[in-house]
Design a protein around this ligand. Structure first.
Ligand code: IVH
Length: 677
């Protein structure tokens, strides 16, 4: 049965429109229609093809995710070999590359096309009379694998080139990659379903491209940027590489928006610095930049050596991931007594620095990653982010790799280690007996937002603790210029300055003082609320658990910590000594207690980083105002409070139509409009 003329005509119109919108959406990043309108066109075409099956051929946009599953990939011999690039890391290598090229060409200056080096897989697409006929991987450069059905499933790849003036044959070359976001989503789903996960976006892209079922490739949202050409027939090739890229773009083939034409080697190095600076903000991973001589006649003159062109070079960034081995795992004790496992690794140069320690955060993380002493591990350092242990390489596990055990005793003071059921963090029970906690506590006490004691650094505190001279914050106020001047790295001048700073710090505010004490979960916001509520310290010290819970930001957990702190004889003694030493604050007028239950009955979720309080404090504040606080957004959620860098919860709340408020509005709801003092 042949389709009636009208159906054929309409199908053609629809295909053209869909291809056009795909081009706007994927190549230009500038869609003209909303997704729903696009879907309607797709649906109409699908229905039309269902009624007239003879209209549906492999090139129809409706067929992209279908296609036949093939068991094996056919070999493809590349008409023009797919070469690789010379790699360079040092600036000097780039200066040498440019000098050699200029000497060979006998020119003063070269204009380059500077491009990100996308960390994916090289691919070549063959278009004949504008139609995609074949897509092949690079393979060994001479022979690759036919992955045509899978490449058809990549939405940004046109099966039909745009316009009319395309070459009879065009081999367009580029890089298939997966965005970080798709990669994270893929791994997350993999983890949830207990399937395999991928180490990085590159591997995920490779795995997805070599799927035997193209519909899986389609779900995995691959992307493609074109950066060059192979065999060409029936086309006057423009004189410059940059013009070739512009032509590819006009044909509907996507190129990387970061590509630029730069002047001379100085332009190259500027480009390297600029792209390096935004590397981690790009949606996809890159491992360097590529400089290509822009004039094609000069490219021809320069030719090739072995398997790489003399007219291009890859200027690589320092690797962000490296493998190394775990020598030992040690536990470090912080101010609150939390034990943090840290892996000491064989030093490796990664992300531009030598890394020898990587935090493992807590025992849950150790278990999740199954890190053992002796393991080969991948460490990562991206930008200025602290180095992390990405994963263990299980194939390289040596016999006798030792499991990491949480010590029963604090490695610093020997007190027993507590780990509450269900909590990730284990703590030393030694409190102020423990030098590590003491150091942390004193450092916090002296910090700028607490007592603000200028010149009392960590090293000095450590010396004072070691010599036994200082154990509690109160001891600090008994230090004299003479004894300080006798310490390492201390002259009479800095000793006098420190004593003056100690003296000055005595005039403080009650909220700073409460914050300085380092009571668990009492951050600046809670300290301020306590100070305003009770007005003076004695009332707080004597207040019952219930009375403390009346404070506007305080729920049962934090109230418990406050009560425990002041119930401890040692702590009360230190507080008394501090006051005796002259630490004092002006009395503040008591604020009216916040109206009870300003959030009564509300189900609240807090996400992102808040500026004025920790997440736990915010949760407590919401609870104290009568709300039920939960961790995940659902239809039952009445309010989502968002701080900086809110992630998927925000999107979910918006999708579900849940009310979303920012931090200032949240504070206002708590009856605390305006910033705290
Ligand atoms: S040009 C003859 N440009 O890097 C020149 N390659 O190490 C051939 N790559 O196999 C390549 N981004 O997979 C070129 N903008 C770019 C690139 C790029 C990534 C990859 C490509 C190639 C490998 C060479």
């Amino acid at each position: 049965m042949t389709a009636p003329r009208e159906a054929t005509k309409r199908a053609r119109e629809l295909r053209e429109q869909i291809e056009h919108h795909n081009y706007r959406y994927y190549v230009l990043d500038d869609p003209e229609v909303a997704d729903a309108q696009f879907d309607a066109l797709m649906q109409e075409l699908q229905q039309l093809e269902a009624r007239h099956p003879e209209l549906a051929d492999a090139d129809s946009p409706t067929q992209r995710v279908g296609g036949q599953a093939s068991r094996e990939f056919r070999a493809v011999v590349h008409a023009v070999p797919m070469l690789s690039l010379e790699n360079a890391f040092a600036e000097q290598d780039i200066l040498d590359f440019d000098r050699r090229a200029r000497e060979r060409l006998d020119v003063e200056r070269i204009v380059y096309s500077a491009e990100p080096k996308i960390d994916g897989l090289a691919i070549t697409l063959r278009y004949e009379r504008g139609r995609l006929v074949q897509a092949a991987t690079r393979g060994d450069g001479t022979r690759g694998e036919d992955v045509t059905p899978n490449v058809r499933a990549i939405r940004s790849v046109p099966v039909q080139l745009r316009g009319k003036r395309w070459p009879a044959v065009l081999e367009a070359r580029g890089e298939v990659f997966m965005t970080r976001k798709s990669f994270e989503g893929l791994n997350k789903r993999g983890l949830e379903r207990g399937e395999k996960t991928f180490a990085n976006p590159r591997n995920a892209a490779a795995g997805s491209l070599r799927q035997h079922d193209p519909s899986i490739t389609a779900q995995r949202s691959l992307d493609l940027f074109f950066y060059g050409m192979g065999a060409i027939e029936g086309w006057t090739v423009p004189p410059r590489h940059s013009a070739v890229l512009a032509a590819l773009r006009d044909f509907g083939l996507r190129t990387c928006p970061e590509i630029a034409v730069v002047d001379g080697v100085v332009g190259c190095l500027e480009y390297y610095a600029r792209i390096g600076g935004k590397r981690n903000a790009l949606a996809y991973e890159i491992d360097g930049v590529v400089y290509k001589v822009d004039r094609l006649d000069w490219q021809r003159d320069l030719g090739f050596v072995a398997r790489a062109p003399r007219w291009a070079v890859a200027h690589k960034f320092p690797a962000q991931e490296q493998t190394t081995t775990v020598r030992e795992v040690k536990f470090y004790v912080g101010r609150t007594g939390a034990l943090t496992p840290v892996a000491h690794v064989e030093p490796v140069f990664v992300g531009g620095v030598t890394v020898s320690n990587v935090t493992l955060h807590n025992m849950d993380e150790v278990a999740r990653k199954d890190v053992r002493v002796g393991d080969t591990v991948v460490v990562r350092r991206a930008g200025d982010v602290i180095p992390e242990l990405v994963r263990v390489v299980p194939e390289k596990r040596v016999p006798g790799a030792r499991e990491v055990r949480l010590p029963r005793q604090c490695p610093v003071c020997g007190s027993h280690v507590d780990r509450t059921e269900g909590e990730a963090v284990a703590r030393c029970s030694g409190q102020l007996v423990c030098p590590a906690q003491r150091l942390g506590a004193l450092f916090h006490f002296a910090s700028r937002r607490a007592m603000d004691i200028d010149g009392l650094g960590e090293r000095l505190i450590a010396q004072l603790i070691e010599s036994g001279r200082v154990a509690t914050p109160a001891d600090l106020y008994t230090l004299t210029i003479e004894e300080l001047a006798g310490l390492d790295r201390m002259g009479p001048k800095s000793a006098a300055n420190l004593v003056a700073a100690l003296e000055q710090s005595k005039q403080t505010t009650l909220s700073r003082f409460l914050y300085a004490l380092g009571i668990r979960d009492v951050g600046e916001a809670t300290a301020l609320a306590l100070a305003e509520h009770f007005g003076d310290l004695d009332t707080l010290v004597d207040a019952s658990l219930e009375a403390i819970q009346q404070v506007r930001d305080v729920g049962p957990v934090v109230a418990g910590h406050v009560r425990e702190f002041f119930d401890e004889e040692r702590n009360r003694k230190v507080v008394a000594q501090l006051r005796a030493a002259g630490v004092a604050w002006p009395r503040i007028k008591r604020a009216a207690t916040a109206g009870p239950g300003s959030m009564a009955g509300k189900v609240v979720v807090i996400t992102g980083t808040l500026a004025s309080m920790s997440r736990e404090e915010a949760r407590e504040a919401a609870r104290a105002a009568g709300a039920t606080v939960t961790d995940s957004v659902s239809k039952k959620t009445s309010l989502l409070v968002v701080g900086a860098e809110a992630g998927s919860k925000l999107k979910k709340a918006q999708d579900l139509g849940v009310m979303v408020v920012d931090e200032p509005s949240f504070l206002q709801m708590l009856g605390r409009g305006g910033p705290g003092a």
